[in-house]
Design a binder for this molecule. Structure first.
Ligand SMILES: Cc1ncc(C[n+]2csc(CCOP(=O)(O)OP(=O)(O)O)c2C)c(N)n1
Length: 625
């Protein structure tokens, strides 16, 4: 069979319906090859997509998308869906500038019902669609595909609660692979694996035996026996008791790589008049050995060599995440009260070292950012020192917990916001650009951003000593390769650093401090005199330093990798206003609150003019305007 026998014939899901089961199986291997080939070149979510090939084929075989609505939770597993829905030719430019998004996108295709990127949203959206469908007397199926990892997110339970209550016709496909990015955590995850492992059946046999043994006796043993018998009956007829008792029909477990079983299960689910959950058991990385062996590494992979599975370009120099992880591990060795919390991102946040060294003080709470913050508040109230490490974009989920649980009570919780700023290829849902604005007004909150990875280490150390809520934001990827001072040094709250003096001033926040220095030096060659301040803190600002400098300056510029509305520049402008410095000319450089283009971080910085060349030009133009 040629590797591309069936895939080129599929221009829409309708074309699938002409294929036999055997042909569908061949198509599945062609799809796997296409996904591996593209992700090896462009990077992307490999393991999840390889695990969802048959499941997606079966869905499109049984249902009539786009008339029937499929909603992908997180959306990182939608590559097969994209290949089957008229985007085969564009697939080679997945996650590239001008190419396809790695997540569902309504702007991209009518087959993408709902945009996702953040987890656990599909069930609520699917219920919304079902209610709307019935209200408008329309007739289509609504299918939500959700992973067991995403089922750890609280909003999914809120949805299940209402789904069971309203009992609308709705199909939930649970893609169960025992993995979030790391192995799935929590009680529900254990329950799902209990269903899959066949334990109910074994347990039932044992219970049946003990029931029979106790039946001749009277009194308490009989009552106990009756209860056990009732339980046995329930488990026999309703294996997914948890869902059944919520009012959702449970079907499964289904072999998630058997097209025959999947098609049969989906056809049955299609005919069921109320909410039904089809529990499909899949394997992450299916069909590509390196990804099967290490699904965590291949959850989201950078470009790799297909033969070896090794990354094409090895990172030289440590990432911010790694420096952060080392710092927190070093601190925890000497301070038993430090507790680290992640929301399903142990590896991504650099907490893996901490998890190994201090398993009793490390908590992966699942994709549950709100709970993570609330849980940290409880730890802090009791006198411990919690650290919450969550990417900037995902911490958005916990806005109210940060305000209500932590900041109002002025609890000393340290937040580490990785991937703050432009993150690139994952697209608009993942840019970490809002955190300055959504944290800056929180009572008691201290906001910091290091100019480089060494300063990050010192900020992590200092944050634990402030005794207030602190958020440290730092970017994705490698640092500048600066020397790391192993000895910790304390940074006093609100103390900025004057790096260069000049007539005018750039006040920069975070890693763009180095860009500010380059810009100031290049403009000096053109006859401008511009000083540079490394702000270190967006809150509290170094009021004395900034105001003293501002009184001497004719023009002040601010520079940040965050949205301008409510951001760092706004804070400086407000400070100048409070001191009546209305005469100072002022311009802030940062990011627009907009839908971001696809591309690598530097490509996006170039487009948004947040690089040294553009800034030299734009500041030069500002002077002459
Ligand atoms: C709110 C939120 N937090 C964290 C993430 C990062 N994330 C992306 S996929 C994923 C794991 C999802 O697991 P699951 O739903 O089981 O899908 P699988 O990859 O196992 O197929 C996580 C934690 C996210 N997308 N959204």
């Amino acid at each position: 069979m040629s590797p591309e026998k069936f895939l080129p014939r599929i221009n829409s899901p309708q074309d699938l319906k002409q294929l036999s089961l055997d042909e569908l199986k061949h198509l599945a291997s062609e799809i796997r090859a296409a996904i591996i080939d593209t992700v090896a070149r462009n990077g992307g979510h490999l393991a999840s997509n390889l695990g969802a090939v048959e499941l997606t084929l079966a869905l499109h075989y049984v249902f009539d998308s786009p008339h029937d609505k499929i909603i992908w939770d997180v959306g990182h597993q939608c590559y097969t869906h994209k290949l089957l829905t008229g985007r085969r030719e564009a697939f080679g430019r997945l996650r590239q500038s001008g190419g396809l998004l790695g997540y569902p996108s309504r702007e991209e295709s009518e087959y993408d019902t709902y945009n996702t990127g953040h987890a656990s949203t599909a069930l609520s959206a699917a219920l919304g669609l079902s209610v709307a469908r019935d209200k408008k007397n329309e007739d289509y199926n609504v299918i939500a595909v959700v992973g067991d990892g995403s089922l750890t997110g609280g909003v999914a339970y809120e949805a299940l609660n209402q789904i069971g209550h309203l009992r609308k016709k709705l199909i939930i496909v649970l893609n169960y692979n025992e993995m979030s990015i790391s192995p799935s955590v929590g009680a529900l995850s254990s329950y799902l694996s209990y269903l899959v492992s066949g334990q109910p059946f074994l347990k039932m046999k044992e219970q049946a035996k003990s029931v029979l043994r106790t039946i001749p006796k009277i009194g308490r043993p009989l009552i106990k026996a009756a209860r056990a018998f009732e339980d046995l009956i329930k488990k026999t007829f309703f294996p997914g008791l948890f869902f059944e008792e919520l009012g959702i029909r449970y079907v499964g477990p289904i072999h998630g790589h058997s097209l025959h079983s999947l098609i049969e299960a989906f056809e049955n689910a299609r005919n069921y008049p109320g909410p039904v959950l089809v529990h499909c058991v899949t394997q992450k990385g299916k069909g590509y050995r390196p990804a099967q062996l290490d699904p965590e590494k291949f959850h989201s992979a950078s470009p790799f060599n297909i033969n070896t599975g090794l990354p094409v370009c090895r990172e030289n120099g440590p990432t911010y995440s790694r420096i952060f992880g080392e710092a927190i591990s070093d601190l925890a060795r000497n301070d038993d009260s430090i507790m680290a919390i992640t929301a399903a991102m142990t590896d991504g946040t650099g907490l893996n070292q901490f998890a190994v060294e201090h398993p009793d003080r490390f908590f992966d709470v699942g994709i549950a950012e709100q709970h993570a913050v609330n849980f940290a508040a409880g730890l802090a109230i009791a006198g411990l020192k919690p650290l919450v490490a969550i990417y900037s974009t995902f911490l958005q989920r916990a806005y109210d917990q940060i305000f209500h649980e932590v900041c109002l009570m002025d609890l000393p919780v340290v937040f580490a916001l990785d991937r703050a700023g432009i993150v690139g290829e994952d697209g608009p849902t993942h840019q970490g650009i809002n955190d300055i604005a959504y944290l800056r007004h929180m009572p008691n909150m201290i906001l910091m951003a290091p100019k480089d990875e060494n300063e990050l280490r010192q900020m992590v150390y200092s944050a634990f000593q402030y005794g207030h809520p602190v958020a440290i934001r730092f970017p994705k990827g490698k640092g500048f390769g600066v020397k790391i001072d192993r000895e910790f040094s304390f940074l006093p709250v609100g103390q900025a650093e004057l790096l260069k003096t000049g007539k005018d001033l750039i006040i920069a926040y975070g890693h763009l401090v180095y860009t500010a220095l380059e810009v100031a030096n290049r403009l000096e060659e053109k006859g401008f005199s511009i000083g540079v301040i490394n702000a270190r803190f967006a809150r509290p600002l170094d009021e004395d330093l900034i105001i003293n400098q501002a009184r001497k300056a004719g023009v002040i510029f601010t520079l940040e990798e965050g949205i301008l509305e409510g951001g760092f520049g706004s804070a400086v402008r407000e400070l100048l206003d409070r001191h009546g410095l209305y005469q100072v000319r002022f311009k802030s450089f940062g990011l627009p609150a907009a839908l971001y283009p696809l591309g690598k971080p530097d490509e996006i910085r170039n487009i948004l003019r947040l690089n040294a060349d553009s800034l030299v030009e734009d500041i030069g133009n500002f002077y002459s305007s």
